[in-house]
Design a protein around this ligand. Structure first.
Ligand code: UFG
Length: 327
């Protein structure tokens, strides 16, 4: 299959590009390299530097390559920035997405897998969060992802677009070659590892006064290679469930303190940390029910243990302490 992968130079995107290539697909990447890295894209992929909302570039790509399906990773993802700059998030995650969908229509390409998020749910009313759970985001990032899910629904009804929206819970881990080296590292596991590598003085744990077992937030971590597998299954699922939406997690929650302990266990080193005020836009708890993905996508994550997920991240960051700088 010929795939257009937006955001293919980013953390999850680059690992999926690697895996799609391994499975024999033709891969075309579009990435503006704002957070991603050119070196994170394997040379076997065709690379276009630019915005996934650049209509004329998209037109060129669809004209030059006979694209069968789009995998849409490109997005602004930092929850905290979305609280202070929602305009950027709605522009990039919604407006650019519409341009992409219209370029697809023009090129008669009607298959897309969209990277949605647990952040579309907001503060859970019950745990684990299944697909029937109300979606009431508490930050503009989650809102932008939810808006695009709804746009996909309407494009499905009006134009016959076939889509699956995959709601990632907390993506973590690395492949052997690629990992999370965003220009702004903000996710808990890579930040903690940066502290161990001496790149930050100490970890700040945002909030210890949540209504949770130890007062810190709880998240459901899912390995990025398991997320990739969901994309493969979703592509195969499009004809049967052309407007499918799936929550992707391991169904197990870990508090921020437990994550820190796991990083310590895996690395054999102590993590210096301090408690800091809550980070705006953070829900207290996010844990997925992935029953629907198991049933309809036949998706079964292989990395069920947090320790194994963290180990792959630790391994990659230890080998590439400077990310892609000397790659
Ligand atoms: N955290 C800290 N210190 C840090 C970084 C994070 O305490 O230096 C805490 C956060 O406050 C939060 C938890 O660790 O309580 C997890 O935060 P992350 O930034 O690692 O991940 P988020 O849960 O905020 O968000 C991530 C992605 C989103 C995605 C969401 C889905 O950034 O794109 O997971 O759950 F939507």
């Amino acid at each position: 299959m010929a795939l257009l992968i937006t955001g293919g130079a980013g953390y999850i995107g680059s690992i999926c590009v690697e895996e799609f290539l391994l499975q024999g697909h033709k891969v075309v990447v579009i990435d503006n390299l704002q957070e991603g890295h050119r070196k994170a894209v394997l040379p076997e992929a065709i690379f276009y530097e630019g915005d996934s909302g650049d209509r004329s570039l998209l037109k060129t790509i669809f004209q030059n390559h006979s694209i069968d399906a789009v995998i849409h990773f490109a997005a602004d993802t930092r929850v905290e920035s979305s609280m202070t700059d929602p305009g950027q998030f709605f522009n990039n995650n919604v407006a650019n997405g519409i341009t992409l969908l219209d370029a697809m229509r023009e090129a008669d390409c009607n298959r897309i897998i969209f990277s949605s998020s647990a952040a579309t749910f907001g503060e859970p009313q019950y745990i684990p969060v299944d697909e029937k759970h109300p979606q009431m985001p508490i930050n503009p990032y989650g809102e932008s992802k939810l808006m695009f899910e709804k746009i996909l629904d309407w494009y499905h009804r009006a134009y016959g677009l076939k889509f699956n929206a995959l709601r990632y819970f907390n993506a973590a881990g690395a492949s052997k070659r690629f990992g999370d080296a965003k220009r702004h590292v903000t996710l808990l596991i890579p930040v903690t590892i940066q502290v161990l590598l001496g790149q930050r003085e100490k970890l700040q744990i945002f909030g210890n006064d949540y209504q949770t077992k130890d007062g810190t937030c709880i998240r459901d971590y899912i390995h990025v290679l398991d997320l990739f597998q969901a994309h493969i299954q979703a592509l195969e699922n499009l004809d049967k469930h052309p407007n499918g939406k799936y929550n992707l997690g391991n169904g197990q929650g870990f508090s921020n303190l437990e994550v820190v302990k796991t990083v310590e266990l895996v690395s054999g080193r102590k993590v210096p940390f301090e408690f800091a005020p809550r980070r705006p836009g953070d829900p207290a708890v996010l844990i997925a029910s992935s029953d629907l993905a198991h049933q309809e996508l036949h998706w079964n994550p292989k990395y069920a243990k947090l320790e194994d997920i963290v180990a792959t991240a630790w391994e990659w960051h230890r080998k590439h302490p400077n990310g892609y700088k000397f790659f």
